[in-house]
Design a protein around this ligand. Sequence first.
Ligand code: FAD
Length: 301
Amino acid sequence: MEIRENVALKDWTWWKIGGPADYFCLPQSIEEVREAVRFAQTKKIPVTILGGGTNVLVSDLGVEGLVIAMKQLNACEVKEEGDRVTVVALAGTMKSELTKIYMKRKLAPALFLCGLPGDIGGGVVMNAGIGEKVAPREFTEITDWFEFIDLSKPELPLRRLNKDEAQWHYRHTDGWQPGIIVRAQVSWPNEADEQIPLKVREATKNRLARQPLELPSCGSTFKNPPGHHAGALIEKAGLKGYKVGGAQVSPKHANFIVNVGGATATDVQNIIEHVKTEVKKQFGVIFETEVKYLGRWSKEI
Ligand SMILES: Cc1cc2nc3c(=O)[nH]c(=O)nc-3n(C[C@H](O)[C@H](O)[C@H](O)COP(=O)(O)OP(=O)(O)OC[C@H]3O[C@@H](n4cnc5c(N)ncnc54)[C@H](O)[C@@H]3O)c2cc1C
């Protein structure tokens, strides 16, 4: 496996933002992920994982150490076992592959997965899902188990966590850190619903109408605070369209910060800080970011 130096990460993030990784590699097997970690351990440098890059803000100053991008660790196997359809997938398999599998069989998970970019590992890490009241609507509901390389042990063992052994929260999963998720099994009852293709088409149409999918973003920037919709509060605070450099609070959906051209991570960070301050000042609500910060940041975030 080639480990390259000084690789621009903006080409690897959905937002098209971010400085270089000191070192960068694309493992194609679980053993190559281990090899990459050992390389970092030998050099005494930190490791950062990049899934589909759809929920990360990479610093303009880049990322120290080794970035392991999961994109080429992708393959999946579908089995129809008893009354369930089971998929075992390597972490870098795109969620869209899962959507295709469920769409073909007209199964309900296609409905929440159809709007989710990124890979399956990122889906487990973030417990990705949608707000609409459909079942299933989050990764926790379809995941049977996932495997991770345990970074706390020198021999870097592969460990499996059954769904109930992990702690699943709103847009966050615990119980596997420090680790690298490398494989997961998801399953769902094999009960075709003839309405699924139509519902998926409608959901896609709604998303296109409501979200600025034509511009680079990270999706929702902030988590919805209990009892509130982050987007509605930002809009009420008068911040729709608020711009810093090449970054803007989307006039279409206030919880999206879009790159309208040449945005830097600092532009986005300045918008995030301003939005947090205004929402706290006007409504007393404290926002928590859903997006993950990667790399070198000069101040605590
Ligand atoms: C247009 C758009 C719409 C979106 N809509 C939604 C939505 O409706 N619902 C929703 O939940 N999210 C949404 N998102 C956010 C995002 O797609 C999800 O959070 C997604 O699951 C992230 O997956 P990823 O592979 O891109 O992860 P990344 O963004 O690459 O990584 C996310 C975090 O996980 C870590 N990580 C990634 N893979 C691994 C791994 N294998 N092992 C250990 N750590 C890892 C990274 O270091 C990072 O901290 C949207 C994003 C965009 C751009």
